[in-house]
Structures are given as structure tokens and as C-alpha cells.
Write a protein of this length. Sequence first.
Length: 417
Amino acid sequence: MWRIIYNLLAHISLPFFVFFSIFKKKLRKNFHEKLLTTTKSNPVKDAIWIHAASIGEAAIAETLIRFMEEQKKLNFQYLLTTNTYYTKELLLKRAGKNVHVFFLPLDLPYIIRHFIDGSTFRALVLVETEIWPNLIWTVRENNIPIIIINGRISDKTFPNYKKFSFFLKHVLSEINTIITQSEEHKRRFIAIGADPERTITTGNIKYYREIPISDLSIKENVLTFGSIKERELDAVFYVIKKLKHDMPDIKIFIAPRELHLSSEIEDELKKDYKTVRYSTIKKEKSPFILNDIDIIVVDTVGDLLEIYRKSKIAFVGGSLAPYGGQNILEPLFFETPVLFGPYMENFKEIADLIIEKKAGIMVRDKEDLFMNIKHLLDNPNKAIEIGKKGKEIIEMHKSYMEKTVDIIMDIVKRRKE
């Protein structure tokens, strides 16, 4: 009955969707493919189908595929679907030879059947919260197991989902396993109709990354200010000047988030210190150029990880002024203590975890930043202790990914038997 009601409402809504697609450029770009797309002309066999709604979910999907291929040595075909034009274009640029990228078809049963016609799938993996009823029902009719990974239901959407739990339980009952980010998200899925026996928590895989790590023991007399934003520059200049006054031998790398700020940074700091651009160092290809240098302005892309590796301490910007924060995990890969400001709204979960585990330090302002950097430089054993706790967080996130992949593979294996 619920399928009939849902499909009746979906078909009533379709003319309105078509109308808006004519006038909305973003919808118009992909409407034709959403309506008529199919894998029949280029079928995939025994693929793992991963649906990632937009950029954030696509990043998780890409990381999952890399982990399965590089860490688990699993050789599968993958079919990636997404909802947005920009995400599809990005995935097409980065997709490997085993990855096929499409728009997710409209959530109508005959359109979904047309899409999968000619292809076979080991499983459908839905990233985070993509509950499309006809997609789920149609895929299960084809005896394809369905798994939600990194499942989450936000504070904002939870009340609305709960209102429709009487309907959602008929959809969620078709999902083999729901893997959630946390116990709280597990409780929310169960509250909207998920089977408690098939809902489990592994941890949040959003922040997992695999970075090649060289010798962690190599720490130089280096301090790094990474991903600095424009409204933080005055505070960072203040801290640099105080540090150089107290510790003239320390070398400081400063990497702006936007490269156009490199000139402004260089002009300000070269008034008092021997300053060079990192692009010059790379061009010269000689480490001796650094011998008499005080400040290095990182005006290149892709070098910050290597700089974090050799740094005694790293401050990650976008957090000392109201920008919402940035990824503060990267220094932790190298056991480099990380400091960050109070504006971490976009990365609140990971910031809270780092503070809870004492794997980094949140500073209030420029004076607090200076005092904490100075304290760690004066107490190297404390810095080493913080760095080791940071690495534990990285290992913890790796274990989340391990558990998630193991569950996926167990379900895939059971289907093949």
C-alpha cells in the first residue's frame, strides 16, 4: 500500500519537477540524464554501486574505493552515482579505470529499472543519508544487498524524518545493514524505523585519509602556520614577531590559504626578517638556501603535508577569525602537535575529539596562541606527548574504515555464496 501511495505522489509531483527543470539552470543541466540514463550501452558486471549525493559524500566514496583497492587489494568494478552536475564532473576527472560515473536516476521504478538494465551489482552502498524509496525497493527486487555507510541524521532533519517514521520503516526494512557514525545517529535511525538488529556503529569515516608517511622521528627547528586566511594575518604577524624575538633561531613557514596573499605576507615580514618564497627553494633544489633564512612563505600547492611532517608545532588557520575552521587532522599524521582557534563550526566534531583526547590545543586569541606555542617549544616532551595522542586519533579513524569495509565485504561474500 505504501509503495502505491508513494508512487502516486511521485507521479503527481513529476510535472512540477519538469516545469522547474526548464527554468532552473542547475536542474536543466542534468534532468535529461536523470530521466533517460542507463548503463545498458556500457554495462558493468558484479560492480559495487556507491551513491554519493554531493561533494562531501563523494569524497567519502572516493576514500572508500582507494582503501578497498590499496589497503585491502580488492579488485572490483565500481559504479558511482551522484545528484549534482558539479560533483559528477569532479568525479569524472578523478575516476580510475574501474570507476563508472552517472547521475542517480529519478526515483521512479521504471526509470531505475531502465538504468540498471544489463548490469549486475554485488551491493548498493548509500553514503550517509540517501533514502530514496523506489531506488531501495527496486534494487532489493533484484536481490542486491543495500548498505548505508557513515549513516547520519542531522539535528535539523531528524524531527521531519520522525514524523514520517510510519512510512520510512517500510523502506528501511529493505536495507541489509545501516552503519552509523555514532551511537546517537544509531538511536535516530532506529527511532525513524530502522531494525535495531541491523543497525550498528563503527565511527565516522569522513575524516579518514591515507597519507604516505616517511620517518616520523625527523623534526627540525621549524614552526608552521598553515592555511592562514586574510583576517588572521595581523594576529599571525604578531605571534611571529614575538616568537622570533624570544627564539631567533627558529624557522617559520607560513602558508596562506589563498596564494594571492603570498605577496602581502612576504612584503610585511621581509621588513624585519630574511624571507624567501618556497617556490624559490624548490627551484634552487638546495637545502642550504635555508641556512640563513628566518621566514619561508609557502606560495605553492601540495607541499604543506611535507612541511607539517618536519615541524615541531603547527597552527592551522581559518580558525582564529570567523571562517568556520579547516581540516586540522593533517599535522596529526606526523605526530606534529596541532593548534587552532575557536572558530571551528565546520569541523566541530573533530575539534571536540582532539580537545577531548588532548591531541591538540584550541587557543582563544593571538596572545593565547603565542603562549601555547612558546610553552610547547620550551617543553618538548609535552609536545611529543600531544603528537602521539594525535597519531592515535589517526589510527582510530583508520580502524573505523577497516570495520566499515569488513562489513561491506562480509555482506558481499554472503550474497555470492
